[in-house]
Design a protein around this ligand. Structure first.
Ligand SMILES: Cc1cn([C@H]2C[C@H](O)[C@@H](COP(=O)(O)OP(=O)(O)O[C@H]3O[C@@H](C)C(=O)[C@@H](O)[C@H]3O)O2)c(=O)[nH]c1=O
Length: 184
């Protein structure tokens, strides 16, 4: 399993090994010992799966307020997506900056997004499934959003506002400069 730092060092790209034979492949997609040695000690308490029908579906950017902030270990078992993490840690040298990575059933990659980041993604293929483990339970009252296409974030999305499939909730999320400072 390969662990690679990204331009924001706490966000880590993980590539599990695949053992191939005539049947297909086998892959260990999570090992607590390797995760702890390379990233740190985090306990996952919930696992989520969401399916998006169309390419160009955007979900996010979402986060939960402290002390309910979620670390997320994201993978894409079916299809392909463009996964994005935005640093919301006030005082961080990379506050407001983003990391993006393509995760797909072909490359098997995962993205580790620690607590203190907003997370979102855009599907690159129809019929795409995302799977992610989180380190804190979902709590609707403390769920917050950031507008995915806020120009201040300078995120290069693989879709446009006109073409993206977005929930009504996510069309109305606040901009970065409207967020209440939450993460130290
Ligand atoms: C996130 C979540 C949603 N729900 C419910 C609430 C609602 O009825 C339905 C759909 O919720 P949403 O519209 O918020 O789903 P979605 O827009 O897919 O939200 C997700 O987006 C990605 C980017 C994330 O990072 C996740 O943490 C989560 O915020 O599922 C849960 O029951 N548990 C959960 O953990």
């Amino acid at each position: 399993m390969l662990f690679e730092q990204t331009s924001i060092p706490e966000v880590v790209l993980i590539t599990p090994n695949r053992m191939e034979d005539e049947r297909g492949y086998f892959s260990e997609t999570f090992r607590s010992d390797q995760f702890e040695a390379n990233i740190g000690s985090f306990a996952f308490v919930q696992e989520n799966l969401s399916y998006s029908r169309k390419a160009g579906t955007v979900r996010g950017l979402h986060y939960q307020l402290a002390p309910h902030a979620q670390g997320k270990l994201v993978s894409c078992p079916v299809g392909a997506l463009w996964d994005v993490a935005v640093d919301l840690r006030h005082g961080s040298p990379t506050f407001g900056r983003f990391v993006a990575a393509e995760l797909s059933d072909e490359n098997g990659r995962q993205l580790w997004i620690p607590p203190g980041f907003a997370h979102g993604f855009c599907t690159l293929k129809p019929e795409t499934t995302i799977c992610y483990k989180v380190t804190a339970y979902y709590k609707q009252e403390v769920e917050r959003g950031l507008f995915w296409n806020d120009p201040a974030l300078e995120i290069t999305w693989p879709t446009s506002i006109a073409e993206a499939v977005v929930s009504d909730k996510d069309k109305k999320q606040p901009r970065l400069n409207e967020l209440y400072a939450n993460f130290a």
